[in-house]
Ligand binder design. Structure first.
Ligand code: C2E
Ligand code: MG
Ligand code: MG
Length: 335
């Protein structure tokens, strides 16, 4: 197979004086063990191809568990397609607090799916599927609108509503109508929509050039931009300087390891000093202990987010806490 690939695909194709190089991945099903009909063989070869595309393999032979996985994925996809219509999504909110005094400086909106029969499904289990199914734009729009509605509701109730940061998938950002959909979602109060966005650093970097252009348009709307899970990607400093971002969110893997591993501590220190030297703010993610909070304060981190201060909670639970003022200290209760 490797030989065939090399013979057929490695030599460049000469076209109009240029050399074009092809790349290809293969899914392979064998007759008769994988299927008796052409349709069955094709279907199984496609299952193998899908797995090859998702991983690093150039080619994969069909195995039985691929069909089982494909059936589970199909079933999950069907449920997700209906979830929006059936009102099964909900936004939870997690406060971000100033490192000193713990005043709430913002909240992050985190998507939850109440899947019948499965309970509450965390986003890591279904956001990648929304992306794969092409549903992320529609659901992402709902998230933006719901966050804007909640913000306005808190304001109308006279609460000190904190700005809401919404996670945006890079696939949403790549859509030509993304900025327009943002404008529409925030139209109910364009002067004070109270919405910011977060984008995972490593994923933004994969398509940075068009990302920068869109992010500049987003910023021009008065929306703040944070780079999420910062430190896990490989941002070049040159790109970072070009990005219209205001905040770096230090990835929780560094925060959780920094007290035990010198390298993690050094990274956290470096991210904070890099951010400050570029005029950016830092938020530490996944702060679970007082000790971590103290060290982060000593290192000059600007804000903290994590279970030590508060777990993510439904909109009404957050509103009830806002009634009591905007400082949270060691409030780790919540769903
Ligand atoms: P993220 O944006 O980095 O969000 C922080 C995640 O860390 C959340 O997980 C939060 O519940 C969790 N977390 C907060 N504090 C702590 C802590 O002290 N310890 C630990 N171990 N975890 C903590 P969650 O809600 O499961 O979300 C996971 C990821 O899913 C998010 O990571 C974000 O990338 C993505 N996501 C969530 N909502 C949306 C959405 O509406 N749209 C998109 N595109 N992605 C979303
Ligand atoms: Mg986030
Ligand atoms: Mg994060």
């Amino acid at each position: 197979m490797e030989q065939l690939r090399r013979d057929c695909l490695d030599p460049p194709i000469h076209l109009n004086g240029r050399d074009l190089c092809l790349s290809a991945k293969f899914g392979i099903a064998m007759h008769p063990e994988d299927g008796a009909t052409a349709a069955m063989l094709l279907e199984r070869a496609e299952s193998a191809l899908k797995r090859a595309k998702a991983g690093n393999e150039k080619f994969l032979f069909y195995r039985e568990e691929m069909t089982a996985r494909a059936a589970a994925v199909l079933e999950l996809g069907n449920r997700l397609r209906q979830a929006l219509e059936l009102g099964q999504f909900e936004l939870y909110y997690q406060p971000k607090c100033a490192v000193r005094g713990h005043a709430v400086v913002g909240v992050e909106a985190l998507l939850r799916w109440h899947c019948p029969g499965q309970g509450m499904v965390p986003p890591a289990q279904f956001v990648p599927m929304l992306e794969e199914l092409g549903l992320i734009a529609e659901v992402g729009d709902w998230v933006l609108r719901q966050a804007a509605r909640d913000y306005q509701r808190w304001r109308s109730a006279g609460l000190p509503a904190p700005r809401i940061a919404v996670n945006v998938s890079p696939l949403q950002l790549q859509r030509p109508d993304f900025v327009q959909s943002l404008v529409e979602a925030l139209a109910m109060n364009p002067q004070d929509a109270g919405i910011d966005i977060e984008i995972v650093e490593s994923r933004l970097m994969r398509d940075i050039d068009s990302g920068v252009v869109t992010l500049r348009e987003v910023r021009a709307l008065g929306i703040g931009i944070a780079l999420d899970d910062f430190g896990t990607g490989y941002s070049s400093l040159a790109y970072l300087a070009q990005l219209p971002v205001q905040t770096l969110k230090i990835d929780q893997s560094f925060v959780s390891r920094m007290l035990d591993e010198k390298e993690a501590m050094t990274l956290v220190e470096m991210i904070i000093s890099l951010a400050h030297s570029m005029g950016l703010e830092t938020v530490a993610e996944g702060v679970e202990t007082e000790q971590q909070a103290q060290i982060l304060e000593e290192l000059g981190c600007d804000a903290l987010q994590g279970y030590w201060l508060s777990r993510p909670m439904p909109a009404d639970a957050l509103a009830a806490r806002l009634v009591g003022g905007t400082a949270l200290a060691g409030l780790s209760a919540g769903p």
